[in-house]
Design a protein around this ligand. Structure first.
Ligand SMILES: Nc1ncnc2c1ncn2[C@@H]1O[C@H](COP(=O)(O)OP(=O)(O)OP(=O)(O)O)[C@@H](O)[C@H]1O
Ligand SMILES: [Mg+2]
Length: 233
């Protein structure tokens, strides 16, 4: 469904990706794992057209994303750090995104209840706590019921009850055959949510395959141990 083909990207003199190639399967939950600075967020930004690679292309459903921007409508994206205009109220942010996407936030009510965000609707984004800003990011990513969800550390900073509920929501989405790209450093969370893993180190894919295959390859039962084994081999 999603293919990264011969991607090159440098930041100044730092070469991050050199001939990166891999494919993400449809209707799976794929965890992108790797140490800090390994290129996970940049990879996602390339997929979203927010970072343009120096060379290479990304193909979604057989379409080159740089030739056809319509693919963006099928994506719900929760960034690692949600940024919205600080002076807008949460309600206004949601309307703004509806206008930009030209789509209705059809699961808004459900998510406002789930994340306990109803009482924040009339507050300006600038006045929200860190975790509440994260929740607004989650709401905007999930409310449009898109077939592809890209979630960059979605549970970070969110209180345990809301995080539990949000995780439940993501697991339900998975059952509804959505494709989910999930970035996280919390291995228990990945073990619970993901089917497949792409492991990046220094801009290179050092493993891609199922969680079961990763455990088999490393001879470990727990993902945490399998990852440590992969990094030290
Ligand atoms: N706009 C930029 N300008 C310069 N360097 C950048 C930029 N964006 C990313 N980088 C560099 O690219 C590398 C990969 O960054 P990226 O944010 O993709 O890592 P990550 O795997 O998401 O890390 P983390 O786990 O900490 O979120 C880092 O060395 C980072 O400093
Ligand atoms: Mg990141």
């Amino acid at each position: 469904m999603i293919r990264f083909e011969r991607i090159y990207k440098s930041f100044g003199r730092r070469k991050l990706f050199e001939d990166l190639n891999f494919e993400l399967k449809e209707k799976k939950t794929i965890a992108i794992l790797g140490p800090n600075g390994s290129g996970k967020t940049t990879l996602i930004k390339i997929l979203l057209g927010l970072v343009i690679p120096d060379k290479g292309k990304v193909v979604i459903n057989n379409r080159d994303i740089y030739r056809d921007a319509r693919y963006k409508k099928i994506i719900g994206y929760m960034p690692q750090i949600p940024e919205f205009p600080e002076n807008l109220k949460v309600r206004e942010i949601i309307s703004m995104i509806e206008d930009i996407r030209d789509q209705k936030a059809i699961r808004l009510k459900e998510l406002l209840d789930l994340l306990n965000l109803g009482k924040e609707l009339e507050k300006k984004f600038s006045s929200l706590s860190g975790g509440t800003r994260q929740k607004v990011g989650a709401l905007v990513a999930l409310a449009f019921d898109t077939p592809l969800l890209i979630l960059d550390e979605p549970l970070v900073g969110i209180d345990p009850i809301s995080a539990y509920r949000l995780k439940g929501f993501i697991l339900e989405e998975k059952k509804r055959d959505k494709t989910v790209i999930y970035i996280s450093h919390i291995m228990n969370e990945v073990e619970e949510i993901a089917d497949e893993v792409v492991f990046l180190t220094d801009g290179k894919v050092i493993f891609e395959g199922s969680l079961v295959d990763l455990k088999k390859k490393t001879g470990k039962v727990r993902l945490e141990e399998a990852v440590i084994c992969l990094l030290s081999s």
